[in-house]
Write a protein that binds this ligand. Sequence first.
Ligand SMILES: [Fe+2]
Length: 626
Amino acid sequence: MLETEAVTSRPAAIRDTTPSTRYAYNYAYLPPLAIADAVSPAEAFSARPGWVHLVSRSALKILVNSIMIRAKRKGGSTEFVPQVLNDLKTVAQLIGDDRGDLRNATAMAVEEQGSPTTLPQLKAFLEAVIESLAKNLDLKTLLDIGQKLGQFETVSGPASNLEDYNQLFQFIPVPAASRNFRDDSEFAAMRVAGPNPLVIERMKALDVRLPITDQQYQAVMGTHDSLETALADGRLYLTDFSVFDGAINGSFPAAQKFNYAPLALFAVPPGGQSIMPVAIQCASRPGPGNPIVLPQDGDDWLLAKTMVQIADSNFHEVVSHLGRTHLFVEPFVIATHNQLSPTHPLSVLLTPHFEGTLAINDAALRKLVVSRGLVDRLSASSIDQARVFTVKAVQSYQLNVSFSTLPQTLAQRGVDDTSRLPDYPYRDDALLIWGAIGRWVKDYLSHYYKSDAALQGDAELQNWVAELVAHDGGRLNNVGEANQIRTRAQLVELVTLICFTASAQHAAVNYPQCATMAYTPAMPLAGYAPFSATRNGSGERDFLKFLPPLEMAKLQLDILYFLGSVYYTRLGDYGDGYFTEPVIQDHLAKFKQELLEIEEKINERNKTRTPYEFLLPSRIPQSINI
Ligand SMILES: [Fe+2]
């Protein structure tokens, strides 16, 4: 199979050398997934000062926000500024500011700006302190701050009104979702342009689990439309969270938490562009205790929408984000290290798209998805259940690699037809990026593989694929054809999937964590009342009963702001002179030009559709590193 002639036909500049790092697989971190046993120092974040700087800045903003929340609660508005400055000193002691970094940064800001006396002055002052301090922090101090932050008490207990949640944003700006999250138009926009625009599917038949009548449908959509017509036109859409039916709820750290398994029906009006919410059934099995709730049902409707948001946030984190981006990519990183020499053209192309991925996944698996860890604290499900959902999510893609491309997943959900569902910003922007990455990958690989035979004869490449699909390797399935890469088209598709997932797909699910999900009432990570509690008439007080208590909302804000505010590297920026061959430099210039054009096109599109900015190329990093 491995033809010597083809191997030697590769460009002389690309020669075989010994792989720099060999990774062992560990299948016990999240069984049976393939995870790197340990991260080498070269892959660790301490080797990336630029990343540490950005992460420090985000962590310090959270710290300053916390200080301001506490000051606000302690004193009246007249005392606020001196109280914050005083707390800053307390924090310096708390974090063991041995080298005096925080004290020096504060003194420098006083020297430059004077002591602040008003709130705007205070904010500018704190920005300056953060900027100066972030440059000096090392990873260890940063971790110490993170640990101490957990002991820095700010708020606790149930919220007495929504304003209590808004008050958690003292330095960090309150997300726009705080103003409109209760609007039906915003609820619909979440499905196609929100943090998790990956669940909505076109209904191909009416669903017996959701026994909505024509009368109910027409009460929302008007008598000029009907269920049957909408179905025939392909205008009915469903978000189905029945995967959570029977899931085990969590109760760590203190209170019983709830997840829900709602079915939510949407429709595009005849001749319309955008979906509108029609009905929600709060659990996926119909029954007398589980009526269909309509938009005209007042407070019950708000609670039903909140249950969809809770299910969606849980799906988002474990399935769409951790499962189908972070952990999906992991075996590709390992096999690339193990089987491709650093100068192999595929390794050269992929390495920038893998920067920081093993390290962030290692941190996630050690700190987040463990008993008494952050996912255990925040998410609706028990930690064991969350781990099972994560594994199922990863396997749904890793065992079906050829069916996990963007065009395939859109087609599987029946949302690929723009005439039936015109307003779907995630789909439209993601396809632009998918196309651009695909052309770049094709141009690049075509230079090194002039024929399919050349690719079949590349021993390193064939060993790479063999490791990816091996049981004692990456444990992938349905790669190429019969788990072999025999043609250039198969390789281009696979590499496009890897690069797209590592860059655009991760950006689409990662950055809304800060922009939207950090505002807990818009997208709580857990419910705090059973769904049956909706049935007793309600009001804002009942709505608040469903929402996380303030200490959990503060933790959700801290973690999701942090994860969603670090933009390290940018799609297409491989670094000056990274590719040495002029022909590749030309292809790259074409790719970067295309990304600029896509940026303009998305900005233009946002003037006339549901605005969506998460796939602006300028906001897409090269790799999964946060
Ligand atoms: Fe992420």
